[in-house]
Design a protein around this ligand. Sequence first.
Ligand SMILES: Cc1cc2nc3c(=O)[nH]c(=O)nc-3n(C[C@H](O)[C@H](O)[C@H](O)COP(=O)(O)OP(=O)(O)OC[C@H]3O[C@@H](n4cnc5c(N)ncnc54)[C@H](O)[C@@H]3O)c2cc1C
Length: 342
Amino acid sequence: MAKEVDYLIVGGGVTGRLLQIELMQRGLKALVFDKLDKNHSTQVAAGLVNPVVGKFFTVGWRAEEFFPSLAQYYRAIEHKLNASFFKEKPMKRIIANAGEQNIWLSKAHLSKYVDFCSFKQEKIKGLNTDWGVLQILQSGEMNTHSFLEACNANLPSIFESFDASQLDIEQKKYHMFSYRNIIFCEGYESINNPFFKDYLSVIPTKGELLEICAEGIPDDCIYLGAVFLQPKGKNRWTVGATYEKNQTSLEPTDMMKSDLETKLNKLIRVPYSITKHYCGIRPASIDRKPLMGKHPTIDSMYTMNGMGSKAISMVPLLAQEMVNYMEHHIPLSEEINLNRFF
Ligand SMILES: Cc1cc2nc3c(=O)[nH]c(=O)nc-3n(C[C@H](O)[C@H](O)[C@H](O)COP(=O)(O)OP(=O)(O)OC[C@H]3O[C@@H](n4cnc5c(N)ncnc54)[C@H](O)[C@@H]3O)c2cc1C
């Protein structure tokens, strides 16, 4: 006899898992298929949540909606999963040079920054802070390993590769499972999805990271410069990340290593040694907005993808919007609906 579920979810990264949690909170049965240990994005991510981005100090897209309830949201999930993976953590943006300082000074008066950052002329031991520092508010980090582990241990899952050729679209069945809806959250691997690959313009964007050992920098804070410096305890730091579009190789390269080192050398004033060099592939999109919605011709088939480098801050609210859309037909905004591309 077929096992009935409301939702089959393909992909157990942060998108698939937070969507599953949202569905389950609404009393629905949701089962995740995931190729365990083959996650090359959530598992690798630094997990930072940062509302002020880029060299123009841009307040991130929909930051005023995504950020205020983030810590409370993750605390509730930690409680449910009996795990600990999210921390509100101070973050400091190190202004890199005179050019950046001028950009900040021309914008500092704008009221949109009040909730997200404030300027400080401070010296931080071990770092080049000659041009000033911004204290970022509402910042934090997710330990994505711990998050995935807690989800894998506690949420309904099948740990195997989902074979799309075995899907019976008419009967809405996959092997022994019958479903009401199916949703694909495969990250960058959606480029091989036979149902969505012609509609979903996911751009695989490779990111490389270093782990370094460096003494003498206060480790109560995450630092952002041309690269970020994230404390990992015992003088270990994660340094990242590079952005390379349309790259799916899972091998880190010497070229990107030296790019990270060059940027790090501008930020840091103490000696360091590199202990690890690794990479992952982000699922980005052309317009840097999520890709969510329904298949144009197949009933009951959906996707949620394109989280780029901001999944940890965006998916909590977007998962709610996705469920409202699938269950209650509340339209997705045009900005995120994948049908903006066809
Ligand atoms: C170097 C780097 C640093 C990053 N830093 C940050 C950061 O600081 N903050 C932040 O918010 N974001 C960050 N990101 C981005 C973030 O990791 C992604 O936006 C997020 O992980 C995307 O999650 P996802 O669930 O959509 O995709 P993924 O995490 O890629 O998950 C997709 C899952 O689907 C599974 N899958 C695919 N096909 C199948 C199949 N056929 N059968 C079964 N399972 C399948 C995969 O195995 C995988 O587990 C970073 C990414 C990288 C690479």
